[in-house]
Design a binder for this molecule. Sequence first.
Ligand code: SAM
Length: 412
Amino acid sequence: MRESVRCCPGRRDKAHSTWESGSSPGLPLPLRLRGLRVPGSPGAPARARVSSGLRRGQPGRDALSSGRPARPLCRAGGDTGASGSASPPAVEPAPQLKRNSFPSMNFEAEILTTPHDNSDLYMIPSMRSLTAEEYVEAFKAFLDHSTEHQCMDEFNKDQMPNIVAGLGAGKSTLSVLGVGSGTGEQDLKMIRILQAVHPGVFIDNEIVEPNPQHVAAYKELVNQAPDLQNVSFIWHQLTSLEYEQQVKERGTHKKFDFIHMIQMLYRVEDIPSTIKFFHSCLDHHGKLLIIILSDSSGWASLWKKHRDCLPATDSGHYITCSGITEVLRGLGVQHRVYELPSGWDITECFVEGDAVGGRMMDFLTGTKNFLGTAPPALRQQLQEALCQPECSSTRDGRVIFSNNLSMIVAES
Ligand SMILES: C[S@@+](CC[C@H](N)C(=O)[O-])C[C@H]1O[C@@H](n2cnc3c(N)ncnc32)[C@H](O)[C@@H]1O
């Protein structure tokens, strides 16, 4: 493990960007229809208009509450395209069109078809982002085939006891806040370390997590755990920005001894202001732990050198460790970085028709059924990029993508 220490005493509250609202993680883009054609009359334009209750940029909870992917209504020929442009095609309706409405859970589509026969109109859904439900599946496929959590376990074992030893300065209750906690496995590990290092202390644990399925799974995990008697849990099913806004509206700024943001900053609206806000929630002698992809990871190379292979449906931030430490330096916050190796076995991503490989590609691209909806050239380009030595290595015939992590510990 490589460890580096970066201390930036001095200025505080220097760098700050504007508050930004509205951008939303992981929402499905509205179903896009392109070049819809009526079979049997090639080239005959039919106008398709899809209006969605969801906007790209709308807070995630609308999508999360219905969680339904837009269902294909019909199949259409034409280019599905690699671009993420959400504009419907600028095709004028043929004069004799008939209006059919297809309401669904989270969008309403109107398809204008020729009147005589619309029975075999069909459409292939174009590329779109993952819904909350699909993200859960894709993330699971990633976790099952990577050493992400094992890497965190190593850090927990070797470093965390020292890191949390000074927290609370003798208080009888430690306040902990998990942001983007997912299904809670990492959170409970942190709590158990705190219990071991501070025996008898009560732990007041709050969680900010927008995905209802993750919240439900976290609660279930807590229900099954026999050793959490001295721990209280409060879940806020919110994005970090929604939580921040709530805190500011109420004017109650609760302070925490330990805050962690583990592998979640990719999806927040504004990274510098999010870090600034949560850092301001630390109590004296508190610590903020940020776990993020390392600059040495395959992700960093993919995002820097092969960004053109990634679809626009991949709506997150391409951020790695140096992006975060730059923010901390700007805030004048003392921090320390630990680098740990981690790998992700992506061999199945190259096996035609492999379901797990498909879900892992969805996780990698933030796109539903990337292998089935991306234009073949884009698919091939991305698969080739993944095999480049700066992204992955081959071990015993397996393709291992570098998933190296950086653990950043910031002081209050
Ligand atoms: C990659 S998972 C990491 C989960 C967990 N921390 C772990 O390491 O296992 C990212 C988590 O961040 C959550 N998330 C996404 N956007 C968020 C936002 N704007 N605010 C808070 N959490 C968010 C997701 O729902 C997801 O549970």
